[in-house]
Design a protein around this ligand. Structure first.
Ligand code: TXA
Ligand code: MG
Length: 340
């Protein structure tokens, strides 16, 4: 049985938090809101509990979890060496949507770190997450609270859809404000490598620690980033990316093939056509990021066979949005234009 409890996102009831923390301490699994997406938490130092997270999600065991701490003071519990650049990033952006990969302290269980010598650490910026970690008295290992491969959950209903009956508790603290996962940066080498674009933009990071590299610029780092190997964010429908000038043509093409089409559109698309569902998305990348995963799930609920997703500029959070859309589409973009 999964207990489902609503909490005030700004001031969670201490009794509810105490109950959730007891579950964590006793080796159970609790889904909780963060500012990015919902996480599925377990005691990071309890190998059996962490193994339960992998089981509940159906996650490959070599894909390590992020260890969530309540504040920078707890960093040394998880990480052995904390370079200067990591200290600067922590001072500037924690609590917040940034995860740092550092050399792991010897106490971090292998199951948590996926057998790597490194550990990913984050201080989330959500009162419910902070309260839960503090009350648990231990760092909380938490991947996104979705079944492996599905879009990440940005509200508690998404968690229920994926994990009802497989975990002990869901804390419903309303919708997530960022909507895409944290940016993951590997600081075990210099220059640091951005392993996953996310809720904190590359330019914000570079403003504090200077140039960093992306995975395209440092492909060898992909070996250190197991998450990049797996299929992600995949709704049941086929996802096709289309630039602003290509959306109408792609929609028409798939409708005329008799498919149920969903469109995630920044610019207006004529609706009222049989088989077509239109979902307007924010033009601003931060808004698109907040709506993205819920929109992918909605399209599945509408039984769309094809989702045409309008692309956005890769500025600010736009790069995280495009990363998630590309993974969801597995490389499907608008076909060649016909005629001209
Ligand atoms: O915003 C977030 O980061 C959310 C919330 C719950 O904090 N968590 C999240 O966790 O997205 P997850 O497990 O879905 O993604 C973690 C990513 C994966 O791509 C994983 O491979 C990578 O971080 N990662 C974890 N530990 C790592 C390590 N030691 N070295 C390299 N990559 C690591
Ligand atoms: Mg995930």
């Amino acid at each position: 049985m999964t207990q489902y409890v609503s909490v005030d996102p700004a001031r969670p009831d201490p009794e509810v938090i105490a109950c959730a923390a007891r579950i964590i301490r006793e080796g159970g699994l609790v889904a909780f809101p963060t500012e990015t997406v919902y996480g599925l938490g377990a005691n990071a130092f309890d190998p059996a509990a962490v193994a339960g997270v992998f089981r509940a999600k159906g996650r490959p065991s070599d894909n390590p979890l992020i260890v969530h701490i309540a504040g920078t003071d707890d960093l040394e519990i998880a990480a052995r060496a904390v370079p200067e650049k990591a200290r600067k990033l922590g001072a500037s952006f924690w609590p917040g949507p940034l995860t740092m990969v550092l050399v792991a302290s010897p106490g971090v269980p292998r199951v948590t770190s996926g057998g790597l010598a490194t550990v990913a650490v984050r201080v989330p910026a959500h009162p419910v997450a902070t309260a839960l970690i503090r009350a648990s008295g231990t760092p909380v290992a938490a991947p996104s609270a979705n079944r492996s491969g599905r879009p990440s959950p940005t509200n508690a209903r998404h968690v229920l859809e994926d994990l009802d009956g497989r975990i002990d508790m869901i804390l419903d603290g309303g919708p997530c404000t960022v909507g895409v996962e944290s940016s993951v940066i590997d600081l075990t080498g210099d220059p640091p490598v951005l392993l996953r674009p996310g809720g904190l933009s590359r330019s914000s990071i570079e403003a504090v620690i200077g140039d960093i590299r992306t995975l395209e610029q440092a492909p060898e780092a992909a070996n250190r980033s197991p998450g990049t190997r797996y299929r992600h964010y995949a709704p049941k429908a086929r996802v096709i990316l289309a630039g602003p000038g290509e959306v109408a043509r792609e929609v028409a093409r798939h409708l005329s093939d008799g498919r149920r089409v969903g469109v995630m559109a920044v610019h207006p698309v004529p609706g009222g056509r049989a088989g077509l569902s239109v979902r307007m998305m924010s033009a601003d990348p931060a808004g698109y990021a907040r709506e993205l995963f819920a929109a992918l799930r909605e399209m599945d609920d509408l039984n769309c066979e094809v989702i045409v997703a309008e692309t956005v500029d890769e500025r600010g959070l736009g790069s995280a949005v495009m990363d998630r859309l590309r993974r969801a589409s597995q490389g499907d973009s608008a076909g060649p234009s016909q005629g001209s």
